[in-house]
Design a protein around this ligand. Structure first.
Ligand code: AMP
Ligand code: ZN
Length: 473
């Protein structure tokens, strides 16, 4: 790695400029990306930061050496949405067990999904629940960080909560460009009467007996969302590091508040030097949402598409621009990659070209990189095409149906995040008994959309309705 290293340049949300990337320590380049909240299947929008920062991870490894890059991406396994899911899906289990079932299944599903999309596992994938209380290995944890913030007068206890005091940080709001007056204007004072300032945010909150909780100096409770990333990034990357990433929606409040917590606790000028945010993905011109019915999980896309098609389709748009995810686009990408796969089967492995690396090093200019791949295809430079595809994490294996295989494996367990197939069947049988046929149809549709087909028959001895399920073909 001595000869001309390509100069990486990155757009920094903090400075609102594209800048040359200079690592704090070229022997250990450090990146943190906010990971998923594990209560349900990840949707295709969630795949965007994972893919974008995977390409950056690959670029950094190429430039600085594989063993000189540390990438941490957390798993958020404490969240009120998770509790609600656990109670709904496993009403008969003790809450802790139910929560573990939801989070472990969903986290496994997520990792299998993104592996099938060609993403390397990050160096560390810490789970929030392992970093709530002080640890045997002495790594930073949330309770200790909160205690430090209280000791430094950056946080205070009120009404059973611990709150961060935004007024204690003179330059709060730098990342999002929001100042405290903006925040004040939008806040509902009445609800937040116990706060010194309406913009103060929660570090720790009380848990009722039905909610998961940990014993802390402030009673039994659970952490706020932002503090987990301050603890886990410090645990694996130190008090400040090179790159912090996530989707655009995280700039405020999540990243702003991570910065406030980390900088005040550690007394640093920055939390990370470069802040990067991917744009949002929408589906067929509309915001993806459950109520619009256009909510697409990564997992169900594997029914129709291989991982490389989905990945290339994601990379066709600049990472900061919005993507419109369409069937037509997927078809076009599918045709294109299949032509490439035809020609790269029997070619030798070759070093990726300098011009290709430079394209990606220029603020992750994927479009330019893909233009080069098209050029290699049309000029029959198939070894360069293959090397470029591999650099982008696009598998060159023919008929790679890894995604489909792992989807089937999950469906066979009967539980894929959300109600188990047995629970859906039981609920539907009850609806049928109550002659609520509309609800019964809706539950059948839910099972179908999750990948299962239901088959009704009669028990020959009792004459009762029996419903069996199989994986939808
Ligand atoms: P969440 O599990 O909602 O916290 O999201 C995990 C990651 O996915 C975050 O980095 C989000 O910014 C990102 N994300 C969520 N929805 C989308 C979307 N529609 N397009 C792009 N990124 C998204
Ligand atoms: Zn985070």
């Amino acid at each position: 790695m001595t000869s001309a290293k390509p100069q990486i340049s990155l757009y920094n949300t903090l400075t609102r400029r594209k800048e040359p990337f200079v690592p704090i320590d070229a022997e250990n380049v450090r990146m943190y990306v906010c990971g998923p909240t594990v209560y349900d299947f990840a949707h295709i929008g969630n795949a965007r930061p994972v893919i974008v920062f995977d390409v950056l991870f690959r670029l950094l490894r190429h430039v600085y050496g594989e063993s000189h890059v540390t990438y941490a991406r957390n798993i958020t396994d404490v969240d009120d949405k998770i509790n609600a899911r656990a109670v709904r899906d496993f009403p008969d289990l003790p809450l802790n067990e139910a929560i573990r079932k939801v989070t472990e299944t969903t986290a496994d599903q997520f990792m299998a999904d993104v592996a099938a999309l060609g993403c390397l596992p990050p160096t560390h994938q810490p789970r929030a629940t392992d970093f709530v209380l002080p640890r045997a290995d002495g790594k930073p944890d949330m309770v200790s960080l909160i205690s430090t913030l209280i000791a430094k007068s950056n946080a205070y206890e009120a009404n059973g909560e611990v709150l961060f005091d935004v007024k204690s940080m003179p330059d709060y709001g730098q990342l999002s460009g929001r100042n405290l007056e903006d925040n004040l204007a939008g806040a509902r004072i009445a609800v937040d009467a116990h706060k010194k300032n309406p913009a103060d945010f929660v570090l720790w909150k009380q848990s009722s007996a039905e909610e998961p909780g940990w014993d802390s100096p402030w009673g039994r409770g659970r952490p706020g969302w932002h503090i987990e990333c301050s603890a886990m990034s410090a645990a694996y990357l130190g008090n400040f590091f090179d790159i912090h990433g996530g989707g655009l929606d995280l700039i405020f409040p999540h990243h702003e508040n991570e910065i406030a917590q980390s900088r005040c606790a550690h007394g640093t000028e920055v939390m990370a030097n470069v802040w990067m945010h991917n744009g949002f993905l929408q589906v067929e011109g509309q915001k993806m949402s459950k109520s619009l019915g256009n909510f697409v999980t990564i997992n169900e896309l594997f029914d129709s598409w291989g991982g490389p098609v989905l990945r290339l389709n994601m990379l066709k748009t600049h990472y900061r621009q919005p993507i419109d995810w369409t069937q037509a686009g997927l078809k076009e990408t599918g045709r294109e990659i299949s032509r490439w796969l035809d020609v790269v089967q029997d070619v030798q492995n070759e070093q990726v070209s300098e011009e290709f690396v430079s394209a990606i090093a220029d603020e992750l200019n994927f479009s330019e990189a893909i233009k080069l791949l098209r050029q290699y295809f049309s000029t029959s430079e198939y070894a360069s095409l293959r090397a470029g595809m591999l650099f982008l994490g696009l598998s060159t294996e023919r008929g790679s149906d890894q995604g489909k295989k792992h989807r089937t494996a999950f469906l066979e367990t009967g539980y894929v995040g959300g109600p188990s197939i047995e629970a859906l069947i039981e609920e539907r049988l009850q609806a049928l008994q109550a002659k609520d046929f509309g609800k019964a149809d809706e539950l059948r549709r839910q099972a179908e959309s999750r990948g299962w087909t239901l088959m009704d028959s009669k028990d020959s001895s009792t004459g009762e309705r029996v419903t069996k399920w199989e994986i939808k073909r």
